[in-house]
Design a protein around this ligand. Sequence first.
Ligand code: UDX
Length: 430
Amino acid sequence: MNICVIGTGYVGLVTGTVFADLGNDVTCVDKIKGKIDSLNKGIMPIYEPGLEEMVKRNVDDNRLFFSTDLKDAVEKAEIVFICVGTPPKDNGETDLSFVEGAAKGVANAINGYKIIVNKSTVPVGTGDFVRDVVEKNKTHNTSFDVVSNPEFLREGSAISDALSPDRIIIGAPTKQVAVKLLELYATIGRPMLITDVYSAEIIKYASNAFLAIKISFINAIADICELTGANVSDVAKGVGYDSRIGHAFLNAGLGFGGSCFPKDIQSLVHTAERLGYDFKLLKDVLDINKERVPHFVEIIKYKTGGLKGKVIGVLGLSFKPDTDDMRDAKSVEVINMLLNEGAVIKAYDPVAMENAKKILPAVKYCANAYEVSEDADALAIITEWREFKLLNMERIKNLMRRPVIFDGRNVYDAERTKKMGFEYYSIGRA
Ligand code: UDX
């Protein structure tokens, strides 16, 4: 099948590459020429395990192309995927201007029947909006259909998530249109659900909101554990064994960040408001999430006896492991609060330091965790990178001025770390 993917961000680049890998002819289009030039040289705009190799393989095999020429890509394509950014406005509403721009671009280029697929995370009703924009602006008298096919991939495991998703949701106006998408995904062999367009749009938000509820719930339980002397890791394990609940997304910590959860939950609250429903549950989820970092920093301040002039070593900067993405990363909030209290910050992250330097210029960036530990008054673990679990803790202890660890992601075993001679504070494990 010939496919056009508009937008080479996380979703567009990974989706386009995976479709090419499945044997389709794919052109990924972006209006940023520099990005397309880099991609054509094999330089990836993001860090994502396995992506570079897969792009190279498909470019070499002449199945994957990168271009700024939307018209040409749309003309050739049977299916056009809209994968552009949907950032939040100040009031939490989703800004659809990039979606609108992409829809206008398709309308200008359309030369015959196409299926236009919304893969970007967009509020319910956006399918109608795209349909209207294309209808009003099309320069060729042809029919077309608009489908919602939300993407569920996670950063850091995007390739395997796209190749082996838990489910594929196809929100289509008719069975025939849905069948075309089924054909495209058939080789993946994963469960597929066909719905109307509105339901598919809501499934994406409902899924992210439910996962966010799990995270805020376990974080609230962590607070209760701290007040009672219980251990949230054991509580989560015990609760997760109930097959109706499951173990996933019950890791207590500094809360959820990244480019999806915070904005998607806000967007759903906003959509509900627009529809006349006050989504109090989700407002509480956001409030609990907002409290995580101030609570953590308060503990650091109290246990170190004041932060003025103290050297705090920060391990992990990206919003989660296996990505260099700093969008809504908890490290930014933690570090800015520590700096405001007069602390000196040294930091290390395996891949996110280049991105972090642009947002956190006042930090001293180090080559590894050991350099961070040198003369530090405390270490704060912000992102649970695997390599932090494998550190030589004896060496870390000897390098530090005072061996104190504030573990914001419950990376270490509390008993063992204390036995090694550290003062150790973690989340929900008194
Ligand atoms: C998420 C969804 O999982 C994905 O399906 C959707 O397409 C995009 O949004 P992503 O943002 O890449 O993916 O990361 P995810 O692994 O879901 O983590 C989101 C945030 O929740 C991170 O900040 C992570 O640290 C936090 N988290 C996750 C917890 O605090 N505890 C957990 O138990 C799990």
